[in-house]
Structure formats: structure tokens, C-alpha cells
Design a protein around this ligand. Structure first.
Ligand SMILES: *Cc1c(COP(=O)(O)O)cnc(C)c1O
Length: 428
């Protein structure tokens, strides 16, 4: 028995599914997860000593790869000054200033400990500010595990939501309306019927939690205009896209200014940080300036703030985002070329270093298109890739990430392995 398998058995005895976050259990791709012993650059080493080129990158935070020397040194130095104060410190101010400089729509920002906390609070604030209760979200978008967001779409245009997970009161779930991504007619229709009840539209500007789906030109501009017409707020959930698809996130790349933005992942450089921010008049409603309550024992933690600062500063080097995007484009054209040669339908897309592939003939415009992809082929491809030392997200419906630690020769190695893995996956 491998060391990973042994650890997984022990883990299952003490944790549900043996994991602390469900997809890590590999249920969607079969097999059992490897346990990580250490990580460096673009590579993970498992408990049995096997190494993998990592395209999960901790699900997004590690834009510099693992154990980046500058971040490591900053964390080490910060730890020597103590690791939680329960009182404000300078690093919080510095990170907030840096965030606002990169994303000017965040006139004020509040740090929390996860993306989930950020979206939960953004919704509370939107409800308070508009004195309305309904939320509009898009099918296939993930906004953390807050009760209001674990709601799936009805078919077609918006229907009242049904709980996706037991334990969510129907009375709450029905406040969340769901429409297909990239379907402006559906948005217009919901607003025509319920415009006066909608507090906010929340959206992953580039969808990264249903695989990767790009917005069509003008989609977010049209949603923005619709929100303005009906007095609803626009919340960009940039937990994944923030500092990933451009220095100033999706809002910069798309040229759309949301009222509120939620952040996570890269902002903590791999330590637990989330944030929400936006228009000053809205953010001043948050306690202690205003009546909307939100707090956190470890919020603004000095180690986490330091890791975020060190990470974001590295991304300010000249050509940082251009290099990442070029390598990502190269990876995808390699995968596309392999699929074409092997006669496998494949639809691939990326924005910056966030990317995804579906085993289906495109275009993939929304979650229903995504669900047409061949998930059995994906599962076999995933397992074959793993055997060949490439770690892809263990689900057909997750985005992949390239970090600055993925050098050109790592990309070349990956393309060769993924090509061969596709051959093996097709053979069954
Ligand atoms: C990851 C993610 C979240 C949740 O963040 P957690 O830190 O896992 O709570 C929310 N929204 C989006 C778009 C995400 O990708």
C-alpha cells in the first residue's frame, strides 16, 4: 500500500470523505488522492516521493507557484514579530492601499479570512443598502458555500431557486434567482418581472467554477446598465479572477466598474485572506462606521497580510502578466493541437493564466454547454496525466492555473505528457 493510500484510509476515519474540502477526494475522476509532502515552484511532491507539475496551484492563490523565496522570506520575518495581534497593524493598511491602487473601484476595503466570508458579507451589505432581499446569480457560478449561493438554476429563464444542499431553508433559497451565464435576454426578463426586488447581481466575471467560460463582448456592460436602470447593485466576485486575469482583475480587463467586489485566493498569496470592497458610500454602512455587522477574530492577520503583500508586489514586475498569458496560450495550443491530431473534440479558452478545456465541440457559453462535455474521457485523461506527473484539477468543471514558476520547459513537458495521456484516455 502506498503511503498516500495509507494516509487516506486514516483520514477517512477522522474526517468526512477523508478531506477538508470535497473535490480533494477525487470522486469526480476516480482513484484516490495523493497526499502532499512538500511543494516547490510549479511542482508538488507526494508522500511516496512522486512529483507532479501542478496546474491546480492550490485552486488559484499561488500565482507565483509554491514556496516562492520572496514570500517565504516575508512570512518568516513577519512570524518573528508575532502572528496575530487582535489589534490593527501596518500591513493591513499597506495591503488595502495596494488593492485600491490595483482596483480603483474598491474605494474602501475590509479583509476577512476566505472568499466565502467576502461574498456572504457583500450580499448582506447589498441587501441593507437597497432594502431588497433577492439576489440574481448565474448558473454554474460558485460564490463560496454561503446559504444564499448554494442554489441551482431552474431550466431556461429564472425560476425560484431550489436548495442545492439540504440544510438551506427554502425561504432563503427562493430569494436567489438564477439565469444562464452570457444570456442577457434572461437577465432582462428577470428584471422586467422582479426588478424592484433585486438587491444585487453577483457574477464571476470570467466563470472559473464550471470549467472556464469567458463572457461574450458587451455582456457585463449590458448587465451593468440593467442594474443601474433598476437600482440593483453589481457585485463582481473576483475571488478567482482578481489579480489573475489582469493586474486589476476582470474589472480592468473588461472595463466594467462594479459597485462591490469580492476577493480571495491571490490576495493572500496562499494564506487565508478574503476581502470585499467597493463604493465608499456602501462600505461606510459596515460596522463600526455603519449598522451592517461583520467581524473576524483573525481578520487582517499579519502573516496573511504579509504573504498577500509579498505576492502582489512580485506580480508588479515588468512583463509579469504578459509572460504568464503567453505561456498559458502556448499550453492551450499544445493541448488543442494534440486533440485535433487525435480526433478528439475539444473546446479550450483562457484569460491571462486562468484556463480551461472541455471535451466537447464548442462554443461553451454557459453551464448547460459545459455539462455536454465528456466527463468520462476527462476522468481517464486526469488519471493518465497524474501517472505521467501532471496534476490537473480533479474535476472537468474547474479552471486550471499557470504560475510564474511554470517555465517554458515545464509547459513543453506538460504538453508532451498530456498528449500521451489523451492517447491513453481514448484507448479506454
Ligand atoms: C474559491 C471561490 C470562492 C470561495 O472562496 P473560499 O476561500 O474557498 O471560501 C468564492 N467565489 C469564487 C469565484 C471562487 O473561485
Amino acid at each position: 500500500m502506498s503511503r498516500s493510500a495509507e494516509l487516506f484510509d486514516r483520514a477517512k476515519g477522522v474526517m468526512p470523505g477523508g478531506v477538508n474540502s470535497p473535490v480533494r477526494a477525487f470522486r469526480a475522476v476516480g482513484g484516490t488522492p495523493f497526499f502532499v509532502a512538500r511543494a516547490d515552484g510549479c511542482r508538488l511532491t507526494d508522500a511516496d516521493g512522486k512529483t507532479y507539475v501542478d496546474y491546480v496551484c492550490s485552486w488559484g492563490p499561488l500565482i507565483l507557484g509554491h514556496a516562492h523565496p520572496a514570500v517565504l522570506e516575508a512570512i518568516r520575518a513577519a512570524a518573528e514579530r508575532g502572528w496575530t495581534y487582535g489589534a490593527p497593524c501596518e500591513a493591513e493598511v499597506e495591503l488595502a492601499e495596494l488593492v485600491r491602487c490595483r482596483m480603483p473601484s474598491l474605494e474602501l476595503v475590509r479583509f476577512v479570512n476566505s472568499g466565502t466570508e467576502a461574498t456572504m458579507t457583500a450580499v448582506r451589505l447589498a441587501r441593507a443598502a437597497t432594502k431588497r432581499d433577492r439576489m440574481l446569480k448565474f448558473a454554474g457560478c460558485y460564490h463560496g458555500h454561503g446559504d444564499s449561493f448554494l442554489v441551482k438554476a431552474g431550466s431556461g429563464v429564472a425560476t425560484l431557486g431550489l436548495p442545492d444542499s439540504p440544510g438551506i431553508p427554502a425561504a432563503l433559497a427562493e430569494l436567489t434567482l438564477t439565469v444562464p451565464f452570457n444570456d442577457f435576454a434572461a437577465v432582462e426578463d428577470v428584471f422586467a418581472r422582479r426588478g424592484g426586488e433585486i438587491a444585487a447581481v453577483i457574477v464571476e466575471p470570467y466563470v472559473g467554477n464550471a470549467g472556464f467560460i469567458a463572457p461574450e463582448p458587451g455582456f457585463h456592460q449590458a448587465v451593468r446598465a440593467q442594474c443601474d436602470r433598476h437600482g440593483a447593485l453589481l457585485i463582481f466576485d473576483e475571488v478567482m479572477t482578481g489579480f489573475r486575469v489582469a493586474p486589476g482583475g476582470a474589472q480592468e480587463r473588461l472595463g466594467v466598474r462594479p459597485d462591490l467586489t469580492t476577493l480571495g485566493k491571490i490576495i493572500g498569496g496562499g494564506l487565508p485572506v478574503g476581502a470585499y470592497g467597493g463604493r465608499a458610500d456602501l462600505m461606510r454602512m459596515i460596522a463600526p462606521d455603519g449598522p451592517v455587522y461583520q467581524a473576524g477574530t483573525l481578520s487582517g492577520n499579519p502573516l496573511a497580510m504579509t504573504a498577500g503583500l509579498a505576492t502582489l508586489r512580485e506580480t508588479e514586475r515588468a512583463g509579469f502578466y504578459e509572460t504568464l498569458e503567453r505561456r498559458t496560450a502556448r499550453l492551450l495550443s499544445g493541448i488543442e493541437e494534440a486533440a485535433r491530431r487525435r480526433g478528439t473534440p475539444l473546446s479550450a479558452a483562457h484569460a491571462g493564466s486562468m484556463w480551461g478545456v472541455y471535451f466537447t465541440t464548442g462554443p461553451v457559453r454557459n453551464y448547460s454547454d459545459a455539462k455536454r462535455a465528456d466527463t468520462a474521457l476527462f476522468a481517464r485523461w486526469h488519471r493518465a496525466a497524474l501517472r505521467r506527473g501532471v496534476f490537473l484539477a480533479p474535476s472537468a468543471f474547474e479552471a486550471g492555473f499557470v504560475s510564474s514558476a511554470h517555465a517554458d520547459d515545464d509547459i513543453v513537458f506538460t504538453i508532451e505528457q498530456l498528449d500521451a495521456a489523451l492517447g491513453e484516455a481514448r484507448a479506454g
